[in-house]
Design a protein around this ligand. Structure first.
Ligand code: ATP
Length: 250
């Protein structure tokens, strides 16, 4: 469903270094309905990879095919099509909702962006809230009046409102305590199973990667150092770097 080829991005460096490659010629694929993990130390280029795929950052080289079509370098309406098909969920959901609007209004807006009338959007809302196990009372609150877990459920609902084929979760549970983290992971697993949603899971917690992802990619300094089936890579890592990453996360 997603095919990333030789994707690269340079940023201006600091000091004597003029430029450095935050993402350095990476290639991978993601199948429909699959959950692929992206791991590596802080600063190795995981979030930049996600931003390149969604078009939030312009790539310097490479290609990204979504369902066989090039999505890099798109503008206007064609780029908005990409935003509909690929949705992102971030670490701090409170930041991605307008503080002056209730969660419900934010979710309804996502329906409206697809061209639905307000009436139609309101009709679809209960089913969506049920899907993410969020009560309508909670959805009527402002982001500051909700817990991190509730707000993350609302963020997932808003992402699902446009019926994406790929959900990119960038440290989506890192700011939550262990119990709420487990609930959100269970919810994502259910959605993946029931909706056939493909997921790119970016995170540091290898136990969660084991639980969610069938395959995993290990990145270091903008490059892919190892990729394969999660069990294989995490139980029998071939690269010293992967072994180190596992030692540090124990
Ligand atoms: N807009 C930008 N301008 C300049 N440098 C950037 C920019 N965005 C990211 N970088 C740099 O690119 C590198 C990769 O950053 P990125 O956020 O992709 O890492 P990451 O693996 O997601 O890290 P973390 O796990 O801490 O979120 C880092 O050195 C970062 O400082």
């Amino acid at each position: 469903m997603l095919e990333v080829n030789n994707l690269s991005k340079n940023f201006a460096g600091t000091g004597r270094e003029t430029e450095f490659a935050a993402v350095d010629g990476i290639s991978f694929t993601l199948d429909a309905g699959e959950c692929l993990g992206l791991i590596g130390e802080s600063g190795c280029g995981k979030s930049t990879t996600a931003r390149l795929i969604t078009g939030l950052v312009q790539a310097d080289a490479g290609s990204v095919l979504l369902e066989g079509e090039e999505i890099l370098g798109r503008k206007g309406r064609r780029q908005r099509e990409v935003y509909r098909k690929i949705q992102m969920v971030f670490q701090t959901p409170q930041d991605s909702f307008d503080p002056m609007q209730t969660l419900e209004t934010g979710i309804l807006e996502a329906f409206r962006n697809q061209g639905m009338s307000r009436k139609e959007a309101c009709l679809h809302l209960p089913e969506l809230l049920k899907k993410v196990e969020l009560s309508s009372e909670t959805a009527m609150r402002y982001p500051r009046e909700t817990s991190g877990g509730e707000c993350q459920r609302a963020a997932i609902a808003r992402a699902l409102a446009v019926q994406p084929s790929l959900l990119i979760c960038d440290e989506a549970t890192s700011a939550l305590d262990a119990a709420v983290q487990a609930q959100i992971v269970q919810l994502l697993k259910k959605l993946q199973r029931e909706e056939g949603l493909a997921m790119l899971w970016i995170g540091h917690d290898l136990a969660l990667v084991r639980e969610l992802c069938s395959r995993v990619i290990v990145m270091r300094q903008g490059k892919i150092v190892e990729q394969g089936e999660t069990r294989e890579v995490l139980e029998y890592p071939k690269e010293e770097y992967t072994k180190l990453l596992m030692e540090y996360s124990l």
